[in-house]
Every structure is written in structure tokens, then in C-alpha cells.
Design a protein around this ligand. Structure first.
Ligand SMILES: [Zn+2]
Length: 67
């Protein structure tokens, strides 16, 4: 799936290694989609990871599949 925001990047379903949370992320603009209490929230990778006190590096996540 091509990212709806940047129209360039590919959106991947990924697992955050430490928290094992499943999120979706664009490999171009780093937009992140995640679920919170049945709602889809949109943020960016830096913000998402800093909220978890984690470094926003792709080495912190594992790609599961292309969306
Ligand atoms: Zn994007």
C-alpha cells in the first residue's frame, strides 16, 4: 500500500521489538498508524517511539509484511 500522506513510501505492518506492539509505518515519511482503544491513531515514528522512551530507529522494529 502506498502511503496516503507522501504518496511515495510503502506502508509496512511492523512489530516494535521491545513492546511487541503491532503498528503500521511508512518507510518514506515515517507516518505511524496504531490502534488505541479500538481507534486508529496517526502520529510519526519519532513521536511514537519517544512516548515509549525508545529510540526511533528501524532497528527497533521488525517488518512483518507490506500493507
Ligand atoms: Zn508516507
Amino acid at each position: 500500500m502506498v502511503c496516503e500522506f507522501c504518496q511515495q513510501g510503502i506502508v509496512y505492518k511492523v512489530e516494535v521489538n521491545i513492546t511487541q506492539e503491532i503498528i503500521e509505518i511508512c518507510d518514506e515519511c515515517d507516518t505511524v498508524w496504531f490502534q488505541e482503544r479500538e481507534c486508529i491513531k496517526i502520529t510519526n515514528f519519532n513521536q511514537y517511539m519517544s512516548n515509549k522512551k525508545l529510540a526511533s530507529r528501524w532497528s527497533e522494529i521488525t517488518i512483518l509484511e507490506e500493507q
